[in-house]
Design a protein around this ligand. Structure first.
Ligand SMILES: *[C@@H]1O[C@H](CO)[C@@H](O)[C@H](O)[C@H]1NC(C)=O
Ligand SMILES: *[C@@H]1O[C@H](CO)[C@@H](O)[C@H](O)[C@H]1NC(C)=O
Length: 289
């Protein structure tokens, strides 16, 4: 092969790489395309209920540490927000509300996540970020923290579904189980659905959940589906959250692309993912147009 041939091959490789969809990402760096719209909620109608918006979210948002079995994300919170993520899933531990995945500490706290999110919202004032909190250790969120959130004008803690215009620049809490602030949440996943035995079975489950999400009542609750999953650390090939997402995210991108072709206005509600890439995130946002 001559020099021309070699140059041609390199060019084709580059071209191929650049046309590949970024449905999956497990790098910490964020290389957004030049014209990327960070403040994507800007174009949403002020009158629209927040539960009627297609919202890309992350499952176990802050699980960036602890090895392959524990890690669900690679982008920092700030990078996730820049990429368009607007639903955060936080697991907290103890009275200090440190962020954990199961029992594995993630080197940050609930207070820190709130600070970072508020800072982002002060820069992108058209945006809204939904936050769900799960207490993983025995006990509740300390009363002083609850009171602080209730008195924070930057936080929506009412159980009434707000319109977009009511909550731009604000955090909207989502309530479930022991955390009693914010709007009610309906999850299409049943207990144990996160366990992945094989990928095709998982695809069928996600398809079923997304169909259920489309049909679900959204006037008095937010609707959430997960694309994330993990296998048990047994068996020949351990399906870590990363390995599952590497297969599932491109599949989900293709599935949503097929739905887009049917050219109907649709609302899935919130879709919480592991290791999403920005093309997958944009696909979900695109259903709002
Ligand atoms: C976040 O924390 C920093 C440092 O403690 C503080 O200066 C800043 O005002 C906080 N920002 C928000 C939005 O709470
Ligand atoms: C995956 O699970 C389904 C349902 O349990 C089964 O029918 C199928 O054969 C499995 N596929 C593989 C590759 O193991």
């Amino acid at each position: 092969m001559g020099v021309t041939g070699a140059v041609f091959c390199v060019l084709m490789l580059l071209l191929h790489k650049s046309t590949q969809q970024q449905a999956f990402n497990d790098k910490a760096t964020l290389n957004l395309p030049p014209s990327y719209r960070v403040g994507w909620m800007e174009t949403l109608d002020d009158e629209k209920l927040i539960s009627d918006v297609n919202i890309p979210g992350t499952h176990d948002t802050m699980s960036l540490h602890g090895g392959p079995a524990a890690e669900c994300q690679s982008w920092s919170l700030h990078n996730q927000l820049l990429a368009g993520i607007r639903y955060l899933d936080l697991r907290v531990w103890g009275r200090k509300l440190i962020i954990v995945h199961g029992v594995i500490p993630q080197f940050t706290t609930f207070a820190n996540v709130l600070n970072k999110t508020s800072t982002f919202l002060s820069q992108y004032k058209t945006e809204t970020v939904l936050i769900r909190v799960k207490h993983e250790s025995k006990g509740n969120i300390p009363e002083n923290v609850i009171n602080q959130l209730k008195n924070d004008p930057g936080c929506w803690v009412s159980d009434q579904i707000p319109r977009i215009g009511d909550v731009r620049g604000k955090i909207v809490f989502v309530q479930k189980n022991s955390f009693k602030l914010g709007i009610p949440l309906f999850e299409t996943d049943q207990r144990g659905d996160y366990k992945v035995r094989n990928i095709s079975e998982k695809e069928d489950k996600i398809t079923e959940h997304l169909k259920q999400a489309l049909g679900a009542r959204k006037t008095d609750r937010a609707v959430l589906s997960y694309s994330s999953g993990t296998g048990l650390p047994l068996g020949r090939i351990f399906k870590t959250p990363n390995r599952v997402a590497k297969k599932i995210n491109p599949w989900l991108y293709g599935y949503l692309k097929d739905v887009t072709k049917q050219n109907l206005k649709r609302c899935f509600g919130i879709v919480a993912m592991d290791f999403p890439g920005f093309d997958l995130i944009q696909k979900i946002i695109g259903f709002n147009n």
